[in-house]
Design a protein around this ligand. Structure first.
Ligand code: IVH
Length: 673
């Protein structure tokens, strides 16, 4: 093998390590992602060609490890300690006092502390030998941890090889692995939507992710790490100040928290605490306090330890974001879009800086997964300004005789059916315009510009009238008198006159606007226009079957079923009747006729996959113009499946049912024949 090849591969690795460092550790990339990908691909290609040249510290070797069957144990050469806590300014001042006394310093001594956020994740130890990461371990009980090398290797901000030089031959870096807030929220939202288990908090998310036997799973979790100290360091020297050690680690490519400062005395500590506290919610990661460490290592040595915690450091905690309380009731709230959400009514508890007496349970699946019951003791979590939530139930404290909470069959506000579509996590009230909870929003939509376009009828006015119970349905708008309007707050006679005039004017509208104004879910103005053009008359839309609805351009099975359920509710039909009674009108036309004698008449089509030139809507139109019908799902009544690339389950079903399968070219042939 040529040494040129070796050099080339090592140079690529060095470049990639450097850019990893710029990107992950410094958050300051020098090159665009595409350029980085090019370097990585070049290295991957060379390593594929010469596998004997692959080394474990190559940047390509992060997720390569096979799953393990159990964790090995790691004896920490130096114990991984914990920290004493200070919960108030007084306790912090007492800590400082003890430090000064022990060091025999007087009050005037300008003692330096390294102040850092206390990261809320899981502690790890990373052992580098001659700059190469050889082992990762959890803290465990402080003396014995678990070997998680295969998992820490997947965390991109942890270098597999240190940068630069001058590092000790054996260097143990310690720090916190954490899941950034955004990654945590995204992970939980996805898990929730998929009906899977969510993480209680980012700390559990980090700890749980590190304890995976399969590193591929860990690699999928958005984990990050900040180093905050060193353990073993032999065969080399380190600076004699904590703050300088951290700076030095950063130069060797290790990621450290940018929010660290050197401060003086208790006042300096308190100022840091206050400043970080104010910015806590804006930080991209969770912190549960700050840590102050006597900056001088000589002083640290003099101060020593009490039991398992150093005398030279303390964690100054923020008010807790998690607390225990009891569930007094579980109620269901109806949101503006009709979403029916379970809410826990709690015995009031002070958490995350406020008193919390309600917490969201997100949706019925999550409620059932956590199995929250009335009478349960639960952990409530309120992080930042997000809505408080029930994180988990303490099953050991469940009283006897509790029952599982069920989704109500009727809307608690308007008593319409509560429906939940297959595959949807959210249950919804089908009351639509009839439901008071959905009313204000539905009314704002009704008067909006692309709907009935009632000039001067703003959101505030809608809310005012709904609150006064003067507007229950859109039909009530046309019963408002000028006198009544002029008596409203902030409304003069002139505005009331203008408003009455625009209400009158809005009565002459179009079918398309009217359909849009009804606020049927998934029916935007484009779909409303297609429906109006296709059916011509409102009564045709109301009586259309699912299949007929699906023959309209851009109406698929989901939209069709939304339209059907809307018109299946008698309340909605009543509102429409009243609107027409009060004079809302539009010109009607004849429905579009599908040619009876086209090449495809009498034939039913289903379209799937990506076609080479036509969009799905274009294909649908083409088929309809030739007299064919297009439906959403394959059945024994389907004559043809028009299939493009990436066709999935519909293709399989069509094959099973012996439905003729066409590609775009075959369709064109069929039409022209
Ligand atoms: S120093 C000898 N610094 O807090 C002191 N710890 O209760 C060793 N932690 O297990 C820890 N952020 O997981 C230190 N900036 C920070 C920290 C930090 C979070 C965690 C760490 C440790 C626990 C101690």
């Amino acid at each position: 093998m040529s040494s040129g090849l070796h050099k080339k591969i090592e140079s690529l690795r060095d470049q990639i390590r450097h850019h990893n460092y710029r990107y992950h550790a410094l958050d300051d990339p020098e090159i665009p992602d595409i350029e980085y990908d090019r370097l990585l691909r070049e290295l991957q290609a060379l390593e594929a060609e010469y596998p004997e040249l692959i080394t474990p510290d190559s940047p390509t070797q992060r997720v390569g490890d096979a799953p393990i069957s159990a964790f090995g144990t790691v004896q920490h050469e130096l114990p991984m300690l914990s920290l004493g806590n200070a919960f108030s300014e007084d306790e912090l001042r007492e800590f400082h006092r003890r430090v000064l006394d022990k060091l025999e310093l007087d009050d005037q001594a300008e003692l330096k502390y390294a102040a850092e956020p206390k990261l809320d994740g899981a502690a790890v130890s990373l052992l580098y030998e001659n700059g190469v990461l050889i082992r990762g371990a959890t803290r465990g009980d402080g003396t014995t941890g678990e070997d998680i090398t295969h998992n820490v290797r997947t965390i991109e901000s942890i270098p597999l090889k240190l940068l630069g030089n001058g590092y000790p031959d054996r260097l143990e870096v310690r720090g916190e692995v954490f899941m950034p807030k955004a990654g945590f929220d995204e992970y939980n939202a996805k898990a929730r939507a998929a009906g899977e288990k969510t993480f209680v908090n980012p700390r559990n998310a980090a700890a749980g992710s590190l304890r995976q036997l399969n590193p591929k799973l860990t690699a999928e979790r958005p984990l990050d790490m900040y180093a905050y100290s060193v353990g073993v360091a032999s065969g080399g020297t380190l600076p004699r100040r904590h703050s300088e050690i951290i700076d030095q680690l950063q130069e060797w490519g290790i990621k450290v928290c940018p929010e660290r400062r050197v401060v003086i005395g208790a006042d300096g500590c308190l100022e840091f605490y206050k400043n970080i506290g104010e910015r806590r919610d804006a930080l991209s990661y969770e912190i549960d306090g700050v840590v102050y460490k006597v900056d001088s290592l000589d002083m640290q040595a003099e101060l020593g330890f009490v039991s398992r915690a150093p005398r030279w450091a303390v964690a100054h905690k923020f008010p807790a974001q998690e607390e225990l309380t009891e569930v007094e009731a579980v109620e269901f709230q109806v949101g503006r879009t009709g979403a029916v959400t379970p809410v826990a009514r709690l015995k009031p508890v002070f958490v995350g800086g406020v008193t919390v007496s309600n917490a969201t349970l997100h949706n019925i699946d999550e409620l059932h997964r956590k199995d929250v019951r009335v009478g349960d003791t639960v952990i409530v979590r309120r992080a930042g300004d997000v809505i408080p939530e029930v994180a988990s139930v303490i099953l050991g404290r469940r009283p006897s005789g509790t029952r599982r909470v069920q989704l109500p069959k009727k809307c608690p506000v308007c008593k319409s059916h509560v429906a939940r579509e297959e595959g949807e996590t959210v249950a919804r009230c089908t009351g639509g315009l009839f439901c008071a909870a959905q009313r204000a929003e539905a009314l704002k939509h009704f008067v909006s510009r692309r709907a009935l376009d009632i000039e001067g009828f703003g959101g505030k006015l809608v809310e005012q009238l709904v609150a006064a119970d003067r507007l229950k349905t859109p039909a009530d708008i046309f019963q408002l008198s000028t006198k009544e309007l002029s008596e409203l707050e902030r409304m003069g006679e002139k505005s009331a006159n203008n408003l009455t005039a625009s209400i009158q004017a809005s009565k002459s509208t179009t079918l398309s606007r009217f359909l849009y104004a009804l606020g049927i879910r998934e029916v935007g103005d484009a779909t409303a226009a297609s429906l109006a053009a296709h059916f011509g008359k409102l009564k045709n839309v109301i009586s259309a079957t699912d299949e007929e609805l699906q023959s309209v351009a851009d109406v698929g099975p989901v939209v069709a079923s939304r339209i059907r359920s809307f018109f299946d509710e008698q309340h909605n039909l009543d509102v429409i009747d009243r609107l027409q009674e009060y004079g809302v009108e539009w010109p009607e036309s004849d429905p579009v006729k599908t040619p009876k004698d086209g090449a495809l008449s009498g034939k039913t089509f289903v379209i799937t996959g990506t076609l080479p030139t036509l969009t799905r809507d274009e294909a649908k139109e083409t088929i309809q113009e030739a007299g064919g019908k297009v439906t959403g799902s394959v059945s024994s009544k389907t004559d043809y499946l028009l299939a493009g690339e990436k066709a999935g389950s519909k293709l399989a079903k069509a094959e099973r049912l012996d439905v003729t399968i066409l590609d775009e070219a075959a369709l064109e042939k069929l039409i022209s024949s």
